[in-house]
Design a protein around this ligand. Structure first.
Ligand SMILES: CC(=O)SCCNC(=O)CCNC(=O)[C@H](O)C(C)(C)COP(=O)(O)OP(=O)(O)OC[C@H]1O[C@@H](n2cnc3c(N)ncnc32)[C@H](O)[C@@H]1OP(=O)(O)O
Ligand SMILES: CCCC(=O)O
Length: 447
């Protein structure tokens, strides 16, 4: 049978395809820009006839019909490997069950540990002449999901960029059970937040530690993006890109001629990533672009691979840090904001890399609802605050007031160094807390 004949045979409507879902099933809904839209609408219509359908996703970028139809979570139980802004909205009416990950390990959890998947649904590009549907900019753990699922439904979206790999970037028609032609909805557009003065100060402090030939990983959030934009405007050259997440800033760096990749030890010349989230500028750039190579996350994020690149500079964001150096990058007390994602992987990798460095940044403070200044450098994490990076991982901490290198520092040295980059209005209170906690020496001082 030709691929075209096989395509016609497997082509069904979305309503027909979702009929295979049964109450009690575990299903996967696709991740990042690969989350299904037309199938989502079709499944939502079955709300009253289904119960306890457990759905997996990761960094869901869309408002989801199954959650709108079932705001209390009787029929559709929402699970996330990493919560997004859209998930935080879902969490206002129903539970969003987060599962903690070391992101480089996720494909293995899916293949070996999670409950078997009855159905995998995912958005893909149109089929190519060889019978392959490309996963688009989300290699991540997508192949593992397909390997674990009893049935696979692909939802074709002509707007998905074709992302060249690497490996594990596509699925063959022979492995697919149903094909649904979706409504070709535009992909989520996620522009970088405007650069604040604080972001720019932090980015400048990191830029001072970079030199020609560095390999750059930018994490999720405003500050890493600010660093990327400043690199694009800098004199740096021959930089490399080995990252988990590709964002618009990399396109600007590429257009400014910064990313030759010639000094990389792995995939020389290539911009390596496992998922992309940004705007159409980025999606047009990665489409069919031989300069880029997408890989599953157990390649991009495995510290033993990424750290083969010399001078790997990893730049990630956090919510807060305590005086012992425990970093929370994913919760506000008991409220889950996001997840560990690849932070753990890249904090390790930056230090393992010859000449590499790991930076974790945060503005020194935030304004509370009553207008008062609250320090993100805290005596201890608040109840429920999640430790994303343990104190032993000890990356370099950056705020707008400076950088502090934590490795090898005793508890009193850490207290001194961290308070030294806290907001000046909060330092006296932090010193008092450090004294009470027995981690302040009389000789300690803050300049
Ligand atoms: C992706 C890679 O390449 S590798 C690894 C990168 N991955 C990680 O670092 C994972 C963990 N990190 C993260 O999730 C992010 O970097 C964050 C959450 C720390 C910061 O991300 P940003 O997008 O810059 O944060 P932003 O300021 O938009 O805040 C996101 C949410 O957290 C909330 N938040 C942030 N800081 C705080 C705080 N101190 N207290 C309470 N809530 C907070 C915000 O209110 C917002 O929630 P909302 O959208 O519901 O209002
Ligand atoms: C799960 C991916 C998101 C992140 O690493 O922050």
């Amino acid at each position: 049978m030709s691929f075209a004949d096989e395509y016609r045979k497997k082509l069904v409507s979305a309503d027909e395809a979702v009929r295979i879902v049964k109450s009690g099933d575990w299903i996967d809904f696709g991740s990042f820009l690969g989350q299904v839209r037309t199938l989502d609408k079709a499944l939502a219509k079955r709300k009253d006839e289904l119960s306890d359908v457990k759905i997996w996703t990761c960094v869901n970028p869309y408002p989801t019909e199954v959650n709108v139809a079932d705001p209390e979570g009787d029929s559709f139980i929402w699970h996330s490997w990493h919560m997004s802004g859209a998930d935080r909205k879902v969490a206002k009416t129903k539970a969003v069950y987060y599962s903690s990950i070391v992101y480089s390990e996720l494909p293995r959890y899916v293949r070996e540990h999670i409950e078997p998947l009855a159905v995998a649904m995912l958005q893909v590009t149109p089929m190519d002449k060889h019978g392959y549907f490309n996963f688009g900019p989300q290699a991540t753990h997508t192949r593992a999901v397909c390997d674990r699922a009893q049935k696979i439904i692909v939802e074709v979206n002509e707007k998905q960029p074709r992302c060249l790999g690497g490996y594990e970037e596509a699925i063959h028609i022979s492995e697919v059970d149903y094909i649904v032609e979706g409504e070709n909805q535009p992909l989520a557009q996620i522009p970088a937040p405007p650069l604040s003065e604080v972001d720019q100060k932090i980015a400048q402090l990191i830029l001072e530690d970079m030199h020609d030939g560095c390999c750059v990983q930018l994490g999720i959030g405003g500050i890493p993006n600010a660093v990327g934009m400043m690199i694009a405007d800098s004199d740096l050259k021959d930089l490399g890109c080995h990252t988990e997440m590709l964002v618009d800033a990399y396109v600007h760096m590429h257009e400014a001629g910064k990313l030759s990749g010639s000094k990389k030890q792995t995939d020389p010349g290539k911009m390596v990533y496992t998922f992309a989230l940004g705007t159409q500028i980025l999606y047009d750039f990665i489409d069919d672009n031989t300069k880029c190579a997408i890989y599953p996350v157990n390649y991009t994020n495995k510290p033993a691979i990424s750290s083969l690149n010399d001078n790997l500079i990893t730049i990630n964001n956090a919510v807060e840090i305590d005086l012992y150096g425990q970093i929370c990058a994913e919760s506000s007390g008991f409220r889950q904001i996001s997840g560990t994602g690849g932070q753990f992987d890249f904090v390790l990798a930056g230090y393992l890399s010859r000449g590499g460095k790991s930076f974790v940044c945060m503005p020194s403070s935030y304004k509370a609802a009553d207008g008062s200044i609250k320090s993100r450098i805290c005596p201890t994490l608040p109840p429920g605050g999640i430790v994303t990076d343990t104190r032993s991982m000890a990356p370099i901490i950056v705020t707008e007031y400076g950088k502090f290198q934590q490795k090898g520092m005793s508890v009193w040295q850490r207290a001194e160094g961290l308070i030294g980059i806290a907001h000046p209005d909060t330092r006296d209170e932090l010193i008092k807390a450090a004294q009470e906690q027995g981690i302040w020496r009389r000789s300690n001082k803050i300049s």
